[in-house]
Design a protein. Sequence first.
Length: 428
Amino acid sequence: MPDIAKLQIGENSYEFPLVKGSENEVAIDIKTLRGVTNGVITIDPGYKNSGSCTSSITFLDGEKGILRYRGYAIEDLAKKADFLEVAYALIFGDLPTKQEIKQFHTDIQSQSIVDEDVKKIMDAFPKNAHPMGVLSSLTSALVAFNPSSVNVDSKEEMYNAIVKIMGKFPVLVAWALRKKQGLPLNYGSKSLGYVENIMKMMFEQPNEEYVANPVIKDALDKLLILHADHEQNCSTSTVRIVGSSHAGLFASLSAGISALWGPLHGGANQAVLEMLEAIREDGGDTKKYMAKAKDKNDPFRLMGFGHRVYKNFDPRATIIKVAADEVLKDLGIEDPILDIARGLEQEALNDPYFVDRKLYPNVDFYSGIIYRAMGIPVEMFTVMFALGRLPGWIAQWKEMRENKEPIGRPRQIYTGENLREFVPLEQR
Ligand code: ACO
């Protein structure tokens, strides 16, 4: 592989260096393009061919279906690690020692209460408010309750900000659920593991002692791990770009939550379940919905299918499909929705429309089925995604600030009116 790329524009030719990643990915470094060409830029809506940064956090190969966090295969992490270990690895670069994870957990749990006044903000939300809106607002509100800005050159300040949000975010998630269900806004217990504590905060009933079901705990650990990072996706890029203006960590995360909410991104898990329900209520005719998905005049898309980068299979979907089967079996749940999901998957995998476009089930095709089996309402599914993605967003924000990346500010090609004369209102 050469180490320069040549560009010819009319008579002039230019050379640009190539950047190589540790897995041999190649990019053309066009940092000097505009300067040397006197104003020429590149255009790439949706950034399908543009790298926004170099990063040492997550590697994924969409063609081969590979996903690794800090070099560790997602399959190993999902099988052998728990969510907090994975969070630590994402944020700090390596899997923790026993001592490091113990300290991390203690520090997080000591931050796992939020100012009681946050409950007043919660009270002002209507009960039917979407919990993603609530979560995004409350994460932003945390800035008001924790106003000191982080000196990113101080390891200690960075660490404190990280354990603070890792401690408080699950409380907000649990409260968003409990508010919807009319349950008291409780706290967890310092003595519990990170994920068990989240479960207690979410599911504890006021009139009985909470005992975590180990099957659900394992499944939740897996789901959170599988969602923990996915390099420069829409919400992560949002967190990095907001943070690049030196907005604080919590404000950047709040923006990321809003980006995640959309049905083409994290909101897909809610959309999948709603789609499967609609198909069931309509008689379960999967063929009818396959036809709708292929009809270019019909806006319907098969939710949970397709991915911007995975063009072979989504390795997370493979793990989650097995987990969904296990959870439903262990809990003794027979869910007709699962049959519809399996039917759609089988048809899509054999249909030239989906095969030619390399459309495979993504992580969210099966995650909603597990969340449903856990008793989590559909509107909370994307919130659960946010809970899993939190360490990834933190790691990416930290990397961006530590690398001293410049403010994110894309350019454009203007296609509007040329200069025209202003006509006063009375003459228009
Ligand atoms: N159902 C039917 N057709 C589809 C689907 C789908 N789910 N996804 C893509 N296509 C078709 C498009 O119509 C297009 O067809 P064409 O070439 O004939 O015009 C072709 O496949 C390529 O699709 P694009 O939208 O250009 O692909 P892109 O990479 O921009 O979008 C996306 C990826 C947004 C995920 C898309 O596949 C989609 O909308 N999927 C459904 C929503 C979803 O599941 N999102 C979750 C993604 S995973 C995550 O965020 C965690």
